[in-house]
Each structure stands twice: as C-alpha cells, then as structure tokens.
Design a protein around this ligand. Structure first.
Ligand SMILES: Cc1cc2nc3c(=O)[nH]c(=O)nc-3n(C[C@H](O)[C@H](O)[C@H](O)COP(=O)(O)O)c2cc1C
Length: 394
C-alpha cells in the first residue's frame, strides 16, 4: 500500500471511530502519524468522543489519575448526571440573529463563559502541557486558571496565554511559603488568585490506584517514587516543603490572604449557602462552586444543584462560577441557575491528550457552538438574558 492510500485508510478508520465512538480497537497513534492534529481534531463530533480518544492514547496510570473520582466515583457521576435532569424552557419569536456569549469577570472580558479549570500536571497528558492549554485559551480568548501543581512555571504559562492568566492556590502549611508563592504569582501578573479549599481533608482515589496497578511502566523513571509520587513541581522552587493543604486552615486564612495581596480572591470548593456567606464575610471576591470534579469527597451534591443556594446566599453580589459540564446545554443550565461562568476540567484534558493545543481549541469550539445554539433555541441572545425561568428542575 502506498503512502497516500494508507493515509486515506487511516482517515476513513478515524472517521468510522468517531461515528461509532467509543470504539477503542483502532490504532490511534498510527492515525496521528498520518494526519495533522488540527485536521483530526476538526472531525471530532462532541466532547465525549475526546474522552475515548484520550483513553486510547494515554498510559493507564495517567488515564486513571484523570478519570478518577473518589471511592465509587459517585460524586463524579452525580455531577454529570445532574445536568441531564434539568430541562430547558425555551422562549420563541425572539430575534436571535446575533448571539453574544462574551462575559466580564473582574474587569477582563472573555469570548465565552466556558473556562479552563486548574488541572495539575498537564505534561502527564501531552508534552506541551500547560503551554498548549494556554495557547488554546489565548486563541479562543478563554479564561484559564493555572494549577499550583502545574508542570510549567506560572511565568512561562502567562507568556503563552498572553496575559490575564488566573492562578489556583493550594496553600502550603507554612505562611512564609504562602507569601513566597503569592509574591511569585503577583510578579507574573495574575489578576486573580483562586484558593482551592476542598482537599484539606485528604481523599481516596481508588479508580486511579486500580489503573496504576495495570501500568507496567517504571514510574520512578519520571516520578519521585515507584508509585508515581511527584517530583518538585515548577512552583515549589524556594519553598521549605512540598506539602500542601494543611488540615488546620480556617476562615481566618481568607482574611490573611486578602491582607497579603491586591489580587482578587476566589474561593474554590464551596458547597453550601452557609459557607458562601462566610466566604463573602471574610472578603472573598468570588466563589467557584466545586467538589473538585468528584475528586475530593464521596456522595456530595452535584455542583449544579448547589449553585442556586450559593447565588442566593451572596445576594448575587459576587460572581459565582460552576464546573463539570460536557455539553453547551449543560453550560446554559448552569448560567440559568445563576453561575456567571462555567469551568471544564476533564474535557479539555481529553482534548489535550489526543491532539495538544488543537484538541483543547476544538473542545472549546464544540462547547461554545453548542452553547450558542442553545441560546438561539431558548431566545436568549446575551448571557444576561438567561434566567432561572429558562430551566425546569425535575
Ligand atoms: C486530573 C485532574 C486534576 C485536577 N487538578 C486540580 C488542581 O490542581 N487544582 C484544583 O483546584 N482543581 C483541580 N481539579 C479539579 C478541576 O479544577 C475542576 O474543578 C473539575 O475537574 C471540574 O470537573 P470536570 O473534570 O468533570 O469537568 C482537577 C481535576 C482533574 C480531572
């Protein structure tokens, strides 16, 4: 078979794979060698197709780390299912010839309310890691929040994003280290610090462990330990310890952070009206409703169910963000529930794993196109026109 007919064969098989997703028998690596990432990514039909592609391309331990929830993965499943249990209430005969999905957050305007959540160690999924995500976010003018566990330093990622990058903080036990980290993030020009507070109690990532046990590679050749422990990450330089998330953290620490920096402070991991009130009382500038994509505690309520009570608790006075969507219609439902913006974690990581920057761009394009269509169908040309009257909760 000559090179050109082989290429045609791979392409046909790839398209068949997409039509029949999730079939994993197909040799994805060979298709990658034959076609450009951009050309292949363009043919992917929806975000879930990227999941199958990512699984086909990643080593088991890395796939398991990403796919994992905790215990029986019930919180993770509930997050995704919740969006399917809410129905749309479309309004007709509204002029929807022009749709504006843009949103403003803390003085920054983004093309869409769908943003890139912090996900640790993106080089585990693609050699370009956080830089690929940043280039995609820049190309699509999407908000990106960089994880403390980033495999590439905040300065380099900020340059790739072209400014406006937010930083997600895991707090170190020693306040001196927090100060150093915060100063470094400030110096890099981040306007917003997102403190994640949902992992202060530890977690049990069983699915990750199961996949790790099926991986025959030697973890110690890349990691600090034989079971995949992390080496010093890009953001640990100069810190006295590589430990994070001390269990003695309290609300007083929000005050301390506010005093420490002029960056806006968003608290990630709020799941009740009571804590939303406390966050605001202690000076938080925004709230990201999150259960860490089901990776923190088991049998938590899905984020979509929590958003309305959190928005009410803060009298809609500070922005509330949600996450975990798989469809543009899911994003619409979160916005109708009061969220100002909606994050994705696994979906863009699937795109990154499969095609690098082009995969992340395609994931953002698919979700934005679906959101735009839902806005047209529901008679809401702008985000401000999406209200709770546009959804019905079962
Ligand atoms: C592999 C992985 C790593 C993550 N790492 C972080 C992290 O370092 N910091 C953080 O605040 N959240 C982290 N999250 C949670 C995401 O920011 C986000 O809340 C969640 O993934 C949204 O759900 P989804 O993945 O179902 O879209 C991680 C999620 C995944 C899947």
């Amino acid at each position: 078979m000559n090179a050109s007919s082989q290429r045609v064969r791979y392409r046909r098989e790839f398209l068949r794979f997409l039509a029949a997703s999730p079939l994993l028998a197909y040799g994805l690596q060979e298709a990658w060698a034959q076609e450009s990432a951009a050309a292949l990514a363009k043919d992917v039909l929806n975000v879930m197709d990227f999941e199958a592609l990512a699984k086909g391309t990643l080593p088991p331990a890395h796939w398991g780390y990403m796919a994992s929830g905790v215990d029986d993965d019930l919180t993770l499943k509930a997050n995704v299912a919740a969006y399917k249990n809410v129905q749309l209430r479309p309004r007709r005969l509204v002029d929807v010839s022009k749709i504006d999905t843009s949103v403003e957050l803390f003085g920054q305007r983004f093309a869409s309310p769908i943003f890139v959540c912090p996900v640790g160690g993106l080089r585990m999924f693609h050699t370009d890691g956080e830089l690929a995500a940043a280039r995609a976010a820049k190309a699509k003018n999407a908000l990106q929040v960089l994880s403390t566990m980033t495999s590439i330093g905040v300065e380099e990622v900020m340059a790739a994003r072209g400014g406006g990058l937010w930083y997600q903080l895991y707090i170190p036990p020693a306040w001196d280290d927090t100060e150093k980290l915060v100063r470094r993030v400030e110096a890099a020009g981040c306007p917003v610090l997102v403190w994640t507070i949902d992992l202060l109690g530890g977690r049990n990532t069983e699915t990750a462990t199961r996949f790790q046990r099926t991986d025959t590679r030697q973890c110690a050749s890349c990691h600090a330990t034989a079971t995949g422990g992390r080496r010093n990450s890009a953001m640990f330089t100069g810190l006295s310890s590589t430990r994070f998330n001390p269990s003695n953290a309290t609300w007083a620490w929000v005050h301390r952070l506010k005093k420490l920096t002029a960056m806006k402070i968003v608290i990630k991991g709020i799941e009740t009206a009571e804590d939303a009130k406390l966050a605001r009382e202690h000076g938080a500038d925004g709230i990201l409703v999150s259960n860490h994509g089901g990776r923190a505690a088991e049998t938590l309520r899905p984020t979509l169910d929590i958003v309305p009570e959190v928005v009410d608790a803060v009298n809609n006075q500070i922005p509330v963000l949600d996450g975990g969507v798989r469809r543009g219609a899911d994003a619409f439902k979160a916005l109708a529930s009061g969220a100002r913006a909606v994050g994705i974690g696994r979906p863009y990581t699937w795109g990154l794993s499969a095609f690098g920057q082009e995969g992340v761009e395609r994931v953002l394009d698919i979700l934005n196109a679906e959101l735009t269509m839902t806005m047209r169908q529901c008679g809401t040309p702008t985000l401000a026109q999406i209200t709770k009257a546009h959804v019905r909760r079962a």
